[in-house]
Design a protein around this ligand. Structure first.
Ligand SMILES: C[S@@+](CC[C@H](N)C(=O)[O-])C[C@H]1O[C@@H](n2cnc3c(N)ncnc32)[C@H](O)[C@@H]1O
Length: 204
């Protein structure tokens, strides 16, 4: 079953109900972006993070995701954001969409200041290979920011069961375990909880 082909048409509406935009806004604030920086949003889906990124900082943004159905929504979102910016004479946000999984990124070495993975890592296969790829595409001193659900909460257990039944990997990790996996490929890390069940882990 192609889970995200089924989910794509209702994804943005469902996420609106859960207040996902607020956690994405918190992630963007956490990153502390500087003018002209480059950001890869891996597992970026319908491109919801684009709504939270500043349009006046000259950022270079790439949304990478293996689901054509999700990326098609991201494409529509980019057109809308572009039109909105033109109507308000704002500079607007430039972004590119790339169809890829995290373990095989068709992107150059040392090209990003930041990589974000928001509410997506638990859907990935080949997580260790993905971390190796992220290390390759990050610039020296670049940072990876992962926003994920703690597996020990009732809410996450419910989501994990539902997604598991739908055939998804549903690999939810405690931040310490994720951190240990990142250390194996040469990252250091720290993390903080932004709600009772959601944390942001930053690796460098
Ligand atoms: C729940 S959505 C999250 C989308 C977006 N990050 C957001 O916050 O709205 C998870 C996304 O991960 C993508 N995904 C699944 N496996 C992946 C992989 N191996 N590499 C990159 N993205 C993947 C899916 O296609 C889907 O769009």
């Amino acid at each position: 079953m192609d889970f995200f082909k089924i989910v794509a048409p209702v994804y943005d509406t469902a996420m609106k109900i859960t207040g996902h935009n607020k956690t994405l806004a918190e992630l963007v604030e956490h990153i502390n972006l500087q003018p002209g920086q480059s950001l890869l949003d891996l597992g970026g889906g319908t491109g919801q993070i684009l709504e939270e990124l500043p349009g006046d900082m000259g950022l270079e943004v790439i949304i990478a995701d293996p689901s054509e159905a999700m990326l098609s929504r991201a494409r529509d979102r980019l057109v809308k954001l572009d039109n909105d910016a033109r109507d308000s004479s704002e500079p607007g946000l430039e972004a590119e969409l790339v169809e890829a999984t995290g373990d095989a990124l068709p992107l150059a070495d040392n090209s990003f200041d930041h990589v974000t993975i928001a509410d997506a890592l638990h859907h990935f296969n080949n997580i260790e290979e993905t971390f190796v790829e992220i290390k390759r595409v990050l610039k020296p001193g670049g940072q990876l920011h992962i926003m994920e659900f703690d597996p020990s909460t009732f809410f996450t257990k419910f989501i994990a069961t539902a997604e598991g039944l739908a055939g998804e990997p549903a690999n939810f990790y405690k931040p310490e375990l994720l951190g240990a996996m990142l250390e194996k490929v040469g990252f250091g890390y720290n993390y903080r909880y932004i709600t009772g069940s959601i944390y942001i882990l930053t690796a460098e």
